[in-house]
Design a protein around this ligand. Sequence first.
Ligand code: GLC
Ligand code: MN
Length: 268
Amino acid sequence: MSYAYMTTLCSGDAYLPGVEVLGRSLDASGTQIPKVVLATRDVTESARKRLAALAWQVRPIEPIANPSASNPLFARFGPVFAKLRAWEQTDFDRIVALDADTLVLQNIDDLFARPGFAAAPDFFLPDRFNSGVMVLEPSLEVARKMRDSLAVSGSYDGGDQGFLNEFYPDWYTMPVEHRLPVGYNMANFIYQFLRAHPTLKARLESETKVVHYLVQKPWQARAVLTGGAAAWWQRYFEVHPAANWPGGDALHAAEDWAFEHLAALALE
Ligand code: GLC
Ligand code: MN
């Protein structure tokens, strides 16, 4: 069986820090499974070289038009349908697709033993899945069906997630092996909040395998007090040692500490 971890760069270099950090976190998890990044042509040559140097196999892909492109509500999801190209990478038997804004905290190679479509619940609508972490089996037949259905079906969130939930509408009632435990795709804000919980904290730490930085990306964060991002910054400084400054890691650790203490007050 041939396996890969796969992510997508489809907004120029905007998510490059995410892919660098995701790759570093995968390496740190001890996996030997290759890392593949699908890159649309707006990704710069220097970004491609940088990722190749970090042991990513860079594959050029064509973008896929977003049918909701004209709706300004969904502007930030413009290019995300490129992710569907993962189903076309048929030289792999199974792929674990990870968003560029995810961070692996523990080895997740066990996901390759899951059936060809598996995903974890979404926090906003828990009977739908979140498309940031998916186990999939590439198939040109499935890819073609997706493209056909993209022409007619909608997407309730204007992105790949809303579309894929229309494509796999029975995910919630599929046999249990298709539904990943929530720790394989833990929303950053739940992660942040539960770490302040006196009894859930220990379980959260052992069960969280992947954190997904929804909405606010650590490398784009404007607010200082984000919380839950220290683990991401630790990996970032490993791939960009020159970007760290004395006390840089300590500052992010202090942010998490402060966030957790504020949240703990709210929980009292
Ligand atoms: C959610 C998913 C992300 C997807 C986006 C648009 O943010 O986590 O993977 O691209 O929705 O559907
Ligand atoms: Mn994401």
